[in-house]
Design a binder for this molecule. Structure first.
Ligand code: CP
Length: 308
C-alpha cells in the first residue's frame, strides 16, 4: 500500500507516468468512467478548501466511484476531541482511499501510520501540498512541453505558501531549472527549503524583492496569495498583503510565452484584467487538478490503463 504525503514520494519516473496518465485522461476521459466502480474516497478536510476537496470528489465521481467525508473540523468528531489516528482507523473501514487536509503539519503522515487505506496529503499547515504540485507540473508540462530547462519565478508569500515548498522540492529534480524567489524580506522561503532541496541539488537561485525586474527572464511565474490564516497578527498581514499585484502593465515586461500559474484562491495579487491574457494559466491549472487527481486515485489503488 502506498500513500502520497510528500512530493518526493513519487520518483521522477513515477511522476512522469502519473502525468502521462492524467494527460491521457484529459484528452479522453470516457474510457475511465467506470474504473473505480464500487470504490469509495473519503475526503477528511479539517481546513477550508474549494478546489482540492471538490476536484478530489469530482475525480472519484468521474471514475465511477463514490465519495464521503467532511468539509470542516467542526462538522466532524474532531470537535469532540477525536484524534487523527482514531479517525483514520475508523475511516479505513468505510472507504478505499482517503484525502486529508489538516492545519497541523505532519497530520496526514500520522494518519498514514494508522491507516489501512492509502492516505493522500491534501495540504498540511504551511508545510506541503503534493497534489497541488502534481497539478502545477501537469499545467507546466501541457503549456511548455517540458519540465526541465526553465527559469521559474515564485512570487508572494514564500514563507507560509505550502504549494511553493512542494513545487520547489519537486522541480529541483529536473535538469536546467533556475529559481527566482520574489518576496518581501518577512515572507522569504524558509531556510529548510533552501538547505534541504535547492542547495543539495545545486540549483541556481536568486532572492529578490522586485517583480518588475524579474519579469523579463521568467518562463513561468507562480503567483501566490499572502496566507492570512497563518499570520500571528493582522497588522503584519495588512502591511504585506498587497506587496505584489500582477497587472497587465507588468505582463508587458514578460516573455510572449511565459505562463502565469496560481494555485488559487486569488485575493488581490492578480488583477482581473490579466485573466484575458493568453499567458494566464491558473483556471486551466484548476481544471488540470481533476485529471491529476483521477490519475492519482487510480495509481494509489493499483489501477492502470489495462483495467480500462
Ligand atoms: N489550491 C488549493 O489548495 O485551493 P483550495 O484551498 O481551494 O483547495
Amino acid at each position: 500500500m502506498r500513500h502520497l504525503l510528500d512530493p518526493l514520494d513519487f520518483s521522477v519516473e513515477e511522476t512522469g507516468d502519473l502525468l502521462a496518465l492524467a494527460d491521457r485522461i484529459a484528452a479522453d476521459p470516457t474510457p475511465y468512467q467506470n474504473v473505480c466502480a464500487h470504490k469509495k474516497l473519503a475526503t477528511l478536510f479539517y481546513e477550508p478548501s474549494t478546489r482540492t476537496r471538490l476536484s478530489f470528489e469530482a475525480a472519484m465521481l468521474n471514475l465511477g466511484g463514490s465519495v464521503l467525508g467532511f468539509a470542516s473540523a467542526d462538522s466532524s468528531s474532531a470537535a469532540k476531541g477525536e484524534s487523527v489516528a482514531d479517525t483514520i482507523r475508523v475511516i479505513s473501514g468505510y472507504a478505499d482511499i482517503a484525502a486529508m487536509r489538516h492545519p497541523k503539519e505532519g497530520a496526514p503522515r500520522r494518519a498514514a501510520h494508522y491507516s489501512k487505506i492509502p492516505v493522500i496529503n491534501a495540504g498540511d499547515g504551511g508545510h506541503q501540498h503534493p497534489t497541488q504540485t502534481l497539478t502545477d507540473l501537469l499545467t507546466i508540462y501541457r503549456r511548455k512541453g517540458r519540465l526541465d530547462n526553465m527559469t521559474i519565478g515564485l512570487c508572494g508569500d514564500l514563507k507560509f505558501g505550502r504549494t511553493v515548498h512542494s513545487l520547489i522540492k519537486s522541480l529541483c529534480r529536473y535538469p536546467g531549472i533556475r529559481f527566482v524567489l520574489i518576496s518581501p524580506e518577512e515572507l522569504r522561503v524558509p531556510d529548510y527549503v533552501i538547505s534541504e532541496a535547492i542547495a543539495p541539488a545545486g540549483i541556481p537561485y536568486t532572492e529578490v524583492t522586485s517583480l518588475e525586474d524579474a519579469m523579463p527572464e521568467l518562463d513561468i511565474l507562480y503567483m501566490t496569495r499572502v496566507q492570512r490564516e497563518r499570520f500571528f497578527n493582522e497588522e503584519d498581514y495588512i502591511r504585506l498583503k498587497d506587496t505584489y499585484i500582477l497587472t497587465t502593465d507588468k505582463m508587458k515586461l514578460a516573455k510572449p510565452d511565459m505562463a502565469v500559474l496560481h494555485p488559487l484562491p486569488r485575493v488581490n495579487e492578480i488583477a482581473l484584467s490579466v485573466d484575458d491574457d493568453p499567458r494566464a494559466a491558473y483556471f486551466e491549472q484548476a481544471q488540470n487538478g481533476v485529471y491529476v487527481r483521477m490519475a492519482l486515485i487510480m495509481t494509489l489503488l493499483g489501477l492502470t490503463d489495462k483495467e480500462v
